[in-house]
Design a protein around this ligand. Structure first.
Ligand code: CAO
Length: 447
């Protein structure tokens, strides 16, 4: 039996971390890995685990002391020669060498293999105390960035209730998770979800309560109820924004020739208004055919992609009561004039509040055009379960370099938002470039 030091492990380069709890007393028998003291950084609390099974002979820190990696927190009389590494599986795990966010301190030697048995300590700071052998720590357990921010008591409470603290947002100081947060989470779960939105493809969110403000305290106000459409679309937009990792790819299409053709077509067909949007729909079909990942949805498990062989395009329509997204079906089978007619029809129906639920379902990909209004770019929200949406802004004449000189070209700004779980940035850039090429040379739409 020998007395050995229990030291603060690699805590990601943090220094001057205060000790906020002493979890053991002198004379206590501790098991390997048992928490000795709790440290608290700005971002997390973490326990310093006992590297040995044994008896606590001396505590080297008290409440409020600050420590860093390597600080001795206790002296433990070792029993049975068990260290964290010695009790690990025979297969050596690469955790000791795994990178941690901050560079290890120069004196740390975590990657060195630990001796199989406790070697006699060559240099001891006190006659009885010996230096800890290198200990491999589970960085996920001690890395403050990876550990939920809660006291051990709250952790124990959550463990007893089977609550995963990673799913909670704390309302305590610096986002610390409190017992009340755990209680609120459990109540919400028992009530069937409550404020914890959950999607099948991912985890849940537990957000801070919405700020309650008495606006009238600051000046005159008027309260208007939200329309039914706004309430429904708002809930959908909030879920999609929160649950889908969005990225927006911006692109420009030279639509000079397309516009000239559209104008000619309009003069020849006075009975229906042909706006740039019908060309966007046709280009969308071509791009979805060339990039099937965009014409897909995650299934309920979130582990499979369902690729669709049909091309139903949703069109965001602005109505006095809010945004609706009717769907034009089988766009690959329809020509520009037919699409123009259907677009006019669904826009009118939307504004007259005559759209049925069937006309707003089954979409594969959506287009949100603000081109009739203005703007140079925006970040549309993916319309789940679709995986991408194209935002179209107002075209404008731009000087474009053709290799010899600047020429005036009509440029159309495109903003393609996509679900990054399904679509990689490179694929999105290719899709957007392909899409722009279709519009720049609409003969390609015939291919
Ligand atoms: N660049 C320049 N001009 C454009 C254009 C563009 N990208 N897109 C349309 N235009 C022009 C049209 O040619 C038309 O011009 P004329 O009146 O001179 O013929 C004018 O703008 C108005 O077009 P429109 O908006 O009536 O028709 P559309 O086919 O382009 O769009 C619809 C139809 C239903 C999509 C549209 O009316 C609408 O509701 N847009 C809003 C969608 C929306 O709110 N999206 C936001 C979602 S995110 O919150």
């Amino acid at each position: 039996m020998s007395v050995k030091e229990a030291r603060v492990p690699d805590i990601g380069g943090f220094a001057d971390i205060p000790v906020i709890e002493i979890l053991v007393a002198v004379g206590d028998r501790v098991k390997v890995d048992q928490g000795l003291v709790t440290l608290e950084s700005d971002k997390a609390t973490m326990e310093v685990p006992a590297p040995y099974t044994g008896i606590v002979r001396e505590l080297k820190v008290k409440l409020g002391d600050t420590v860093a990696e390597g600080s001795v927190v206790a002296l433990i009389e070792q029993e049975g020669g068990l260290t964290v590494e010695e009790t690990a599986e025979p297969e050596p795990e690469p955790v000791a060498a795994a990178p941690v966010p901050a560079a290890p301190a120069p004196e740390a030697t975590p990657a060195a293999p630990a001796p199989a048995t406790s070697a006699p300590a060559p240099a001891a700071s006190t006659p009885a105390a010996t230096q800890s052998p290198p200990v491999s720590f589970d960085s996920a357990r001690v890395d403050p960035a990876k550990v939920a921010y809660a006291s051990p008591a709250v952790r124990l409470f959550a463990r007893e209730l089977g609550v995963d603290l990673d799913k909670l947002a704390g309302t305590g100081r610096n986002g610390r998770i409190l017992k009340e947060d755990v209680q609120r989470f459990v109540k919400s779960a028992l009530a069937g979800g409550g404020t914890v939105p959950v999607v099948s493809a991912g985890g849940g969110l537990n957000l801070l309560p919405w700020p309650k403000v008495d606006f009238a305290r600051f000046g005159e106000v008027e309260t208007q109820p939200l329309s039914r459409i706004k309430k429904i679309s708002g809930a959908n937009l909030a879920r999609n924004w929160a649950m889908i990792p969005h990225v927006t790819q911006f692109e420009q299409a030279d639509i000079t020739e397309m516009e000239a053709f559209r104008k000619r077509l309009g003069e020849e067909n006075k009975e229906v208004k042909i706006t740039p949007l019908v060309f966007m729909i046709k280009a969308a079909v071509a791009a979805l055919q060339a990039f099937p990942t965009f014409n897909a949805s995650l299934d309920d498990s979130g582990e499979n992609l369902v690729l669709k062989k049909y091309f139903h395009i949703g069109i965001a329509v602005d109505t006095p009561d809010g945004l609706v997204v009717p769907v034009i079906r089988d766009c690959e089978r329809k020509g520009l004039l037919q699409l123009a007619g259907e677009l006019a029809e669904i826009s009118k129906k939307a504004r007259d509040k005559k759209l049925g639920p069937a006309e707003m379902s089954g979409g594969c990909f959506s287009i949100s055009s603000l081109g009739g209004i203005g703007g140079t770019a925006f970040t549309p929200i993916v319309n789940a379960p679709e995986v991408a949406i194209l935002g179209v802004s107002r075209s404008s004449m731009q000087p474009v370099w053709n290799g010899k000189e600047f020429t005036p070209r009509l440029m159309l700004p495109l903003s393609l938002s996509y679900d990054h779980r399904v679509i990689d940035g490179a694929l999105a850039a290719r899709f957007a470039a392909f899409y722009a090429r279709q519009l720049s040379d609409i003969r390609r739409l015939l291919l």
